[in-house]
Design a protein around this ligand. Structure first.
Ligand SMILES: O=P(O)(O)OC[C@H]1O[C@H](O[C@H]2O[C@H](CO)[C@@H](O)[C@H](O)[C@H]2O)[C@H](O)[C@@H](O)[C@@H]1O
Length: 871
C-alpha cells in the first residue's frame, strides 16, 4: 500500500476529520548542529542526545509511514565552522547530506570534532539572508528529515539582508533553569522576579516565533506534534491563531506533583499553554496524573484520569512511554567492530563481574547514590570484593545553565570514587572504573554487552535510553537490569529489578541478588524485557501517539470549532444598526473568575466602557447574571442607563428605573429551606465550602475547598438534591463553576433574552429608540446558564431578528461545546470589544472615535491574533 492509499484509508475511517497526511513535529533544536561558513554551504554535524526522538523523526520521514513529515525547530546556537570553505554547492567533507539514521542519532553522543570551541563573538554573529536561505535549502533537501529552521534573534537584530545572532543560549534559559529543574523536583532559589522577567520574555517570544513559523507553513488538515518543555506555550498560541488545528503535546521529561509545580511563579501560563492541545502525552501514568491534578488544583479546571475540562473543552491526557529504535540498536551492538571490542573488554576483566552505569553528570541521574550503594554492597558482601567492578561512564552535562551546581556534583562523584577505591582497591585493582567522558558508540555498546548487571539509580528521569539499550545488548548473556523506581522507564519494565536509590541497603542487597541469580531466572527476565523493548520501540511509540490523537479528534463531541469573534464584522454591523440590544453575563464574562465571589468587582475600565456604551441612546445594554440585586446594585447600580436581570432571571430592573420587578413572586419558595438543609450538611463535611443565600436562587460554593473533595462532594450533593427536593419541587439543580445552584425551572436567562428582544422590537421612537426591530444583538456569556440565552436567540424567527444581526459569543476556548457562534478567550477580550464598540480606548479614555477605527486592520484570518496583542 502506498502513502496516498493509506491516507485515503485514514480519511475513510474518520470522515469527520480533514486529515491531509502532513505531520509537523515542533521540537526545540533541529536534528543537526549547523556551523556557519560565510558564503558557503553550512557544515552540518550530528547533534548530541535525544536519540529516541530523532529516530522517531527519521521513521516518520521514511516511506514506512503514511505521513509526510516536517520538523520545525530552532537552529540551535550557531558558531563559525573553522575549516576552509567549499565553493557554494559543493558539499564539504563533513556535511551531512545523506545523513544516515545512525550518525544522526547515535545513542552515545558522537563528537569527532577535537578542536577547541570557537570563543563567542561579543557583538554577535552576522548571518546574511543569502546564507540563511542556503541553510534552509540544505535542511529542506539535504538531510533525510525535512527540516524548517526557526531563526531566533531580537527583532531589531533581524534585518532585510540578514540576522545578528547574539547571546544565543538565552532562548533555552527559562526552560532549562526554571522548568527542567522544577520538573525534576529540584528547587531554585526564590526569585525576586527580575532575572525571571527577562528569561520568561525570551521563552515567550521563542514560543511565539515557533508559532509564526508553523502558521506560515501550516495547511488545513495538518497534524502538529509539539515536543517537550521548551515549547509549553506553543499549543495555545497555535490554537489562538488557528482554532481547529490538530495539536498534540508530548512531554519527554517528568512532570511534578502540584505541590511542587505551585512553586513556579509562571505555573498558570505554562499549564494553560499546554491546554491548547487536544491530546497531552506523558512518559508515565504518575506524570499524567500530576498534570491533571495541577490543572484542577492550580487552574481550577475539572479533571479525571483521562483528561481535563479546560475552558469548556476536553483535553485528553494519555501515557505513551517512548522506546528506542531496537533493530537499529541491535544491528549496531552486534556488529563485528563492537564484537571485537566486547571480546577485548571481557578479556581485560576476566574473572570479574562487571556492573555498568552510563549517566549524564546531573544530580538527578543519581550517580552519587549509585557509588554510595556500591560502597555499601562491598561492605555488606565482602565475598565480592576484588571480584566485581563498577564501570561508570559519565558524560558532561549539556547546559551551561547548570554549570555551577554540576561542578559540585563532579567534585562529589570524584571524591566518592577515590574513597571507594582507597578503601577496597589495591595497587593492581580499582573497584570503580570512572570515565567522565563521551564514549564512542562501539565502546559504549561493547560495554553494555560485556556487563553482568546494568545499574540505573536516577532519582528522577523521564525516559532512560541506556536501560533499553542495555536490554538489547544482553540478548545473549541475560544480565539483569537494576533500575530506580523513580525513572519514568521503570513502570514499563516490570521484569527489571526495581530499587529505591535512597535506600542504600536495599540497592546493595539487589546487586547481590542479581549476581547470584540462577541462570534460568535471568533468562526468563531477559526474554520478557527483550521482547518488550523490541515491540514497544520508538516506531510503535509515535504510531501509537498519532493513532490516539486521530481517535481523540474524531471522537471529540465537538468537531466544530468556533471562530474568534470577527471584530471588524461586529463593528460594521454595530455601526449600521439603528437599534441595538447588548446583553452581558457578569462572572467569567465581564470579570475573571476569582476565588471569593465578593472579590469579583468590576475594573475601572469596565465601568467606563459600560457607561459609554449604555449612554448611547441607540443602545439597550443589560447585565444578565446569576448574582443577586444587592451585588449588582452595589457595583454597577450607579450606571443608571444599564438594565439588570438578577438571580438567573428572577428579578429585573429596567434602565433608568429604580424598581426591581420580581418575576418569581408567584412561586412557592418552600423548597429553599430543604435545599439549605442539604447544602448545610455538605458544607459541614467539606472544609472551605460555603452557601451563598440569595433572595430566590441558592448557591453552594466549593472553590475554596480541596478541588478533588469539592468536585466529588458536589456530585454527591447534586444527586441527593435531585432525588429529594428535585422530585417535590419544580426547581433546577445546576452544576456551575465550582458551585451548585438551585433556582425555579421556569426562570432562566434564555427567557429573559427572548423577552428583551420582543420588548425592544416593540419600542417606538417615543421611547427614545428607533422604530422597528433591533438590528444588532450582542450576547456574551461563559457558562452553561448562558447557553440558555444562546439557544433562545438561535431559535428566534427571522422576522424578529435577522440572523446576521445576532452575535452570540462565548468566553472560552474555540473547541468549547457551545451554542454560540463566536468565541473570545477571556473577560479582558470582552471589555476590549465593548470598548471598541463604545469608541473608547482600552483604558476607558474616549480618544478613539468610532470613525477612526480601521476596520481592515481588525480583520482576522481564521481567528489570528496580531502578534504581541496577548502579551
Ligand atoms: O451568571 P453569572 O454572572 O456568571 O454568575 C454566576 C455565579 O457567579 C458567582 O460565582 C462564580 O464566580 C465567583 C467569582 O469569580 C467564583 O468565586 C465562584 O466560584 C463562581 O461559581 C456568584 O457567586 C454566583 O452567585 C453566581 O450565580
Amino acid at each position: 500500500m502506498n502513502r496516498r492509499q493509506s491516507i485515503s484509508d485514514l480519511r475513510t475511517a474518520h470522515p469527520n476529520l480533514n486529515l491531509n497526511g502532513n505531520v509537523i513535529s515542533a521540537t526545540f533544536t533541529i536534528p543537526v548542529a549547523p556551523h556557519y561558513r560565510k558564503g558557503a554551504d553550512w557544515d552540518l554535524k550530528p547533534r548530541r542526545g535525544q536519540s529516541a526522538l530523532l529516530d522517531s523523526f527519521a521513521y516518520l520521514s521514511s516511506e514506512n509511514t503514511p505521513w509526510n513529515h516536517t520538523v520545525v525547530a530552532w537552529t540551535g546556537e550557531i558558531d563559525e565552522a573553522q575549516d576552509v570553505p567549499s565553493p557554494p554547492g559543493t558539499p564539504p567533507r563533513s556535511t551531512i547530506h545523506t545523513a544516515s539514521l545512525n550518525s544522526l542519532s547515535a545513542p552515545i553522543p558522537v563528537d569527532t570534532d577535537t578542536r577547541l570551541p570557537t570563543p563567542p563573538i561579543s557583538d554577535g554573529l552576522w548571518v546574511s539572508k543569502e546564507d540563511q536561505h542556503r541553510l534552509e535549502e540544505q535542511l529542506a533537501r539535504g538531510t533525510n528529515i525535512k527540516t524548517v529552521p526557526v531563526w531566533l534573534a531580537d527583532d531589531h537584530e533581524s534585518k532585510e539582508d540578514g540576522i545578528r545572532l547574539k547571546d544565543q543560549s538565552r532562548w533555552r534559559r527559562y526552560a532549562e533553569h526554571d522548568l527542567y529543574t522544577l520538573f525534576h523536583y529540584k528547587q531554585n532559589e526564590p526569585s525576586d522576579g527580575r532575572r525571571e522577567r527577562i528569561t520568561w520574555t525570551d521563552y515567550y517570544r521563542m514560543n511565539q516565533k515557533f508559532a509564526n513559523k508553523i502558521v506560515e507553513h501550516y495547511k488545513p488538515g495538518d497534524i502538529v506534534i509539539v515536543h517537550d518543555f521548551y515549547l509549553m506555550l506553543l499549543p495555545s498560541m497555535l490554537r489562538q491563531r488557528v482554532p481547529n488545528m490538530y495539536i498534540a503535546f508530548f512531554l519527554h521529561s517528568p512532570f511534578p506533583s502540584s505541590e511542587f509545580l505551585r512553586c513556579l511563579p509562571r505555573r498558570k501560563e505554562v499549564l494553560e499553554g499546554v491546554l491548547g492541545s487536544s491530546l497531552v502525552g506523558f512518559q508515565s501514568y504518575s506524570f499524567s496524573r500530576h498534570f491533571s491534578s495541577c490543572c484542577t488544583r492550580i487552574l481550577g479546571f475539572p479533571s479525571d484520569n483521562n483528561g481535563v475540562d479546560a475552558y469548556g473543552a476536553r483535553v485528553q491526557v494519555g501515557v505513551f512511554p517512548i522506546g528506542i529504535s531496537a533493530s537499529k540498536c541491535e544491528s549496531y551492538a552486534f556488529s563485528d567492530a563492537v564484537t571485537e571490542k566486547y571480546r577485548a573488554l571481557k578479556k581485560t576483566y576476566q574473572g570479574k563481574k562487571i556492573i555498568v552505569g552510563r549517566d549524564r553528570l546531573d544530580s538527578v541521574r543519581g550517580v552519587a547514590q549509585k557509588l554510595q550503594a556500591f560502597e555499601r554492597f562491598l561492605e555488606m558482601y565482602p565475598e565480592w570484593r576484588e571480584r566485581v567492578v563498577l564501570i561508570q561512564v559519565t558524560s558532561p552535562t549539556v547546559t551551561a545553565e547548570h554549570e555551577d551546581t554540576e561542578k559540585g556534583i563532579a567534585t562529589r562523584v570524584n571524591e566518592l570514587v577515590m574513597h571507594i577505591n582507597g578503601l577496597y582497591g589495591s595497587l593492581g585493582f580499582s573497584p570503580v572504573q570512572y570515565y567522565p567522558q563521551h564514549l564512542n558508540p562501539e565502546e559504549y555498546f561493547a560495554l553494555l554487552r560485556a556487563a553482568d548487571i546494568g545499574l540505573i539509580t536516577s532519582v528522577r528521569d523521564g525516559m532512560n535510553t541506556t536501560s533499553l539499550e542495555y536490554i538489547i545488548c544482553q540478548r545473549e548473556s541475560h544480565g539483569p537490569l537494576i533500575i530506580s523506581e523513580f525513572s519514568g522507564t521503570a513502570g514499563t519494565l516490570r521484569d527489571a529489578i526495581h530499587i529505591n536509590p535512597w535506600d542504600l541497603n536495599g540497592v546493595a542487597t539487589e546487586i547481590n541478588n542479581a549476581l547470584v541469580m540462577p541462570g534460568e531466572k535471568r533468562m526468563a527476565m531477559q526474554d520478557s524485557l527483550y521482547s518488550h523493548v523490541k515491540t514497544r520501540n520508538v516506531q510503535s511509540w509515535i504510531d501509537h501517539l498519532l493513532n490516539r490523537l486521530v481517535h481523540v479528534l474524531s471522537k471529540e463531541k465537538n468537531t466544530r470549532t468556533i471562530p474568534l469573534l470577527d471584530r471588524a464584522l461586529l463593528l460594521q454591523t454595530y455601526r449600521d444598526a439603528k437599534k441595538r440590544l447588548i446583553m452581558f453575563d457578569y462572572d467569567g464574562t465581564l470579570t475573571p473568575i476569582v476565588r471569593e465571589p465578593s472579590a469579583a468587582t468590576p475594573s475601572e475600565s469596565l465601568l467606563q466602557t459600560l457607561t459609554a456604551l449604555a449612554s448611547d441612546p441607540t443602545n439597550a445594554v443589560w447585565i444578565i447574571s446569576g448574582r443577586d440585586q444587592e451585588f449588582l446594585s452595589r457595583h454597577l447600580g450607579h450606571i443608571s442607563t444599564l438594565g439588570f436581570s438578577a438571580e438567573h432571571g428572577s428579578f429585573m430592573k429596567e434602565p433608568g428605573s429604580e424598581k426591581w420587578i420580581n418575576l418569581a413572586d408567584k412561586f412557592d419558595m418552600g423548597w429553599q429551606a430543604e435545599v439549605i438543609d442539604v447544602f448545610q450538611k455538605y458544607t459541614d463535611r467539606v472544609p472551605g465550602a460555603f452557601i451563598e443565600r440569595k433572595r430566590c436562587a441558592l448557591t453552594w460554593h466549593y472553590r475554596l475547598a480541596d478541588p478533588d473533595q469539592g468536585a466529588h462532594m458536589a456530585q454527591e450533593c447534586q444527586k441527593e438534591l435531585l432525588e429529594t427536593v428535585g422530585k417535590k419541587w419544580d426547581v433546577e439543580v445546576m452544576a456551575g463553576k465550582a458551585n451548585l445552584e438551585v433556582r425555579p425551572t421556569f426562570i432562566n436567562k434564555g427567557e429573559i433574552a427572548k423577552r428583551l428582544v420582543a420588548t425592544y422590537n416593540g419600542k417606538a421612537e417615543a421611547d427614545g429608540l428607533a422604530a422597528g426591530n433591533v438590528e444588532f444583538v450582542l450576547c456574551l456569556g461563559d457558562d452553561f446558564t448562558d447557553e440558555d440565552m444562546f439557544r433562545a436567540l438561535n431559535g428566534l424567527p427571522e422576522e424578529e431578528v435577522a440572523r446576521q444581526h445576532v452575535f452570540a459569543v462565548t468566553v472560552g476556548a474555540s473547541t468549547k461545546v457551545t451554542l454560540a457562534q463566536w468565541h473570545l478567550l477571556e473577560p479582558s477580550d470582552v471589555v476590549d470589544c465593548a470598548a471598541l464598540l463604545a469608541g473608547v480606548g482600552p483604558g476607558g479614555d474616549s480618544h478613539q472615535h468610532q470613525g477612526q477605527v480601521n476596520l481592515a486592520a481588525l480583520s482576522t484570518v481564521e481567528g489570528q491574533i496580531p502578534e504581541g496583542e496577548k502579551y
